[in-house]
Design a protein around this ligand. Structure first.
Ligand code: HGY
Ligand code: MN
Ligand code: MN
Ligand code: MN
Length: 394
């Protein structure tokens, strides 16, 4: 039986209906939100229709299980707070379509909180044994809600963790989320390796005060400390990094965040990524040393949250070769092997079994934005590569 492109595209659009932002094709479907839980229930029913056995685990990872040993395929269906319609969703729906039509057993998964409301790829990090559940339960989002409290929203659905030994390997299809394929006019990327990441919350605490009466030399302004910290790490990283190294302060909360108050507290996220674990460690040293130095100079109390992270990981040669066979057949001359700068559940699953990944282009290289999109022909080409790869592995 062959994959059904129309049914695949319809399911993909139907999933977008859960948490549709109303701006372009964007979605707002963070882990454990009402939209996320509703989407997972809908996905479970689609899995059941496909003849798969549905299982939610204690953290809301959703599996559609084929009987006996099977290849696992999928990704995640949660989104960023302002997310695109394809990030994660594409890999889950493509897996569902392959499971429905493949001539061999294929199981489907949608991991929970890949987008890191609480951690870094939280659901698959727990399932793979990287992040102990008790530790995960203490992690909080930027509003102070704990993972333990949030996952209680799905407690009624929860069963046991799925035994990974039933799967022979994991294949994840995803959008590239970068500009390479789109710029080069190519349709398919076969992933060689995924970068490593570190992520940490940091807070400077000074003295909240009146913005009119407090002389500049007496202020302990937390925003000024953050701004100095940012300038210094940018300067110090310069001698250390490669063109693939990235770092981001993506979340900042100033307290109390008012025009006429000297900010007493600045809480922010510091995230950095690179393909080399040694460089990630050097960057951590610079971050910690610089934060201490700035805190001393500006009279701040300094606090570091837990350091979360994933190591760089290479894809499995045999599964990767199967995807390359598919790419050669479906998109001759229009595919390449490439690294992934985005994180994926595959990084965690690689601790348990062989993994491989497939990319399709992102228009304009845009992702983690409502404008994220991919040409329909490319979505279908990716689906057909998956189908060919599963055939090649049989
Ligand atoms: O941030 C990432 O790389 C992934 O999309 N969660
Ligand atoms: Mn993703
Ligand atoms: Mn993402
Ligand atoms: Mn006043």
């Amino acid at each position: 039986m062959a994959v059904n492109a129309e049914r695949f595209l319809k399911d993909l659009h139907d999933l977008r209906g859960f948490g549709a932002s109303g701006v372009g094709k964007g979605v707002v479907r963070p882990a454990y939100s009402e939209a996320d839980v509703a989407a997972r229930r809908w996905l479970a029913s689609r899995m059941e229709d496909a003849g798969l056995q549905v299982r939610f685990d204690p953290v809301g990872n959703l599996f559609g299980l084929a009987e006996g040993p099977s290849l696992l395929m999928g990704s995640h269906s949660d989104s960023q707070p302002e997310g695109g319609w394809l990030d994660g969703a594409l890999g889950v729906i493509a897996a569902l379509e392959v499971a429905r039509s493949a001539g061999r057993p294929v199981s489907v998964v949608s991991f929970q909180d890949e987008e890191g409301r609480f951690g870094v790829t939280t659901g698959s990090a727990i399932w793979s044994g990287h992040l102990p559940l008790a530790e995960a339960d203490t992690l909080t989002d930027h509003a102070g809600v704990s993972f333990g409290a949030a996952r209680a929203a799905m407690a009624g659905l929860a069963g046991d963790f799925v035994d990974p030994a039933r799967f022979t390997g994991f294949v994840e299809m995803h959008i590239e989320q970068g500009p390479t394929l789109d710029t080069e006019g190519e349709q398919i990327g076969v992933v060689s390796d995924i970068v490593g990441i570190r992520d940490m919350k940091i807070s400077f605490r000074g003295q909240q005060n009146h913005a009119g009466t407090t002389p500049m030399h007496l202020r302990r302004d937390a925003f000024q400390a953050l701004s100095l910290f940012n300038a210094r790490i940018n300067d110090r990283f310069r001698n250390l990094v490669t063109s693939r190294t990235v770092w981001t302060i993506g979340h900042v909360a100033l307290h109390p965040n008012a025009s006429s108050i000297v900010p007493g507290r600045a809480q922010f996220s510091m995230q950095w990524r690179d393909g080399d674990a040694g460089r990630l460690a050097r960057m951590e040293e610079i971050i910690r040393d610089t934060a201490h130095e700035v805190a001393r100079e500006t009279g701040m109390e300094l606090e570091f949250g837990p350091l979360l992270g994933l190591e760089p990981v290479a894809m499995d040669a045999r599964l990767k070769a199967a995807l390359e066979t598919g790419a050669r057949d479906v998109a001759p001359g229009k595919w390449r092997t490439m690294p992934s700068g985005a994180l994926h559940d595959a990084t965690n699953v690689a601790r348990l079994m062989p993994v491989a990944m497939l990319f399709v282009p992102s228009i304009g290289g845009i992702s983690h934005d409502f404008a994220e999109d991919t040409d329909e022909a490319d979505l279908v080409a990716g689906l057909r590569v998956l189908e060919r790869a599963v055939e090649a592995l049989a």
